[in-house]
Design a protein around this ligand. Structure first.
Ligand SMILES: Nc1ncnc2c1ncn2[C@@H]1O[C@H](COP(=O)(O)OP(=O)(O)OP(=O)(O)O)[C@@H](O)[C@H]1O
Ligand SMILES: [Mg+2]
Length: 237
């Protein structure tokens, strides 16, 4: 079973004719740490959005864990996303007025599968969230604070906890380190990779920052994957 498979995929935005993403044939394999690199505007966020089914192609199909997500209706696609993906957004997208614990357990309120897995570890979702906070060095004094009162570094750790609770299959990370200095960047990467290893989660991470490449074992350049710019099916360095 592949992690993600693109089959004759084409996407463009009607309002932006200068950009298109065409991937004729690409397989991302399971059990790899995958890094997708490319400059601003080359389509990294678009690439992640099509993998999670947030953006639909004009033609072609995307298979995630052998499910053709392109063929799913909206409700089924939303359910598939929350069951199988933990997503770390560039600006974290945490809910500012909810507490740390409430933010972390959110995916389990939408996904029965993730709720069951979280409750296999602990009696309540709150206890499971607390356990993950301990693992991620989120101190007790923060747990009932609204997100709006946390530092960026603290929000990052909460966003990892929210992505991994109930162990989805794939963690998607969209430039989560772009606002960080080198120390915090390395700290974030160590925590994220540690959690992915502990729970055996696949990781797809996009960034323009090539200094992060050393943390990964499969590296792609998005501009080379995009057949709009290149005749290569895919290029691995
Ligand atoms: N919803 C949209 N509607 C129209 N055009 C869009 C939309 N989203 C992105 N684009 C365009 O598609 C191109 C790729 O954008 P995308 O956000 O995927 O790039 P990116 O590599 O993630 O950039 P960055 O590194 O700055 O986050 C850009 O030219 C952008 O303007
Ligand atoms: Mg982006």
């Amino acid at each position: 079973m592949s992690l993600v498979r693109f089959d004759n995929f084409l996407l463009n935005y009607p309002s932006d004719t200068s950009f298109s993403l065409q991937i004729k044939n690409l397989i991302l394999e399971k059990n790899k740490k995958i890094f997708i690199e490319g400059p601003s505007g080359c389509g990294k966020t678009t690439f992640l959005n099509v993998i999670t089914g947030l953006t639909k192609p004009v033609t072609g199909n995307i298979y995630v864990l052998d499910t053709n997500i392109t063929a799913l209706n909206q409700v089924a696609c939303d359910r598939f996303r929350v069951d199988h993906f933990g997503i770390i957004f560039q600006l974290f997208n945490l809910i500012p007025y909810l507490t740390v614990i409430e933010n972390i357990i959110l995916p389990c309120t939408f996904s029965t599968q993730r709720r069951k897995k979280a409750l296999a570890n602990n009696k309540t979702l709150e206890e499971e969230a607390r356990r993950l906070c301990t693992e991620l060095d989120i101190t007790d004094s923060l747990l009932n604070k609204p997100i709006s009162q946390l530092s960026i570094g603290q929000q990052q750790r909460v966003s990892i906890a929210r992505a991994i609770i109930g162990q989805p299959d794939i963690i998607i990370a969209d430039e989560p380190t772009s606002a960080l200095d080198d120390d915090r960047k390395n700290q974030f990467m160590s925590l994220l990779l540690k959690e992915c290893n502990t729970y055996n989660l696949d990781l797809i991470f996009v960034s323009h920052d090539t200094s992060l490449q050393s943390h990964f074992n499969q590296i792609y350049h998005l501009e080379n994957l995009n057949n709009t710019h290149s005749n290569n099916d895919h290029v691995i360095t």
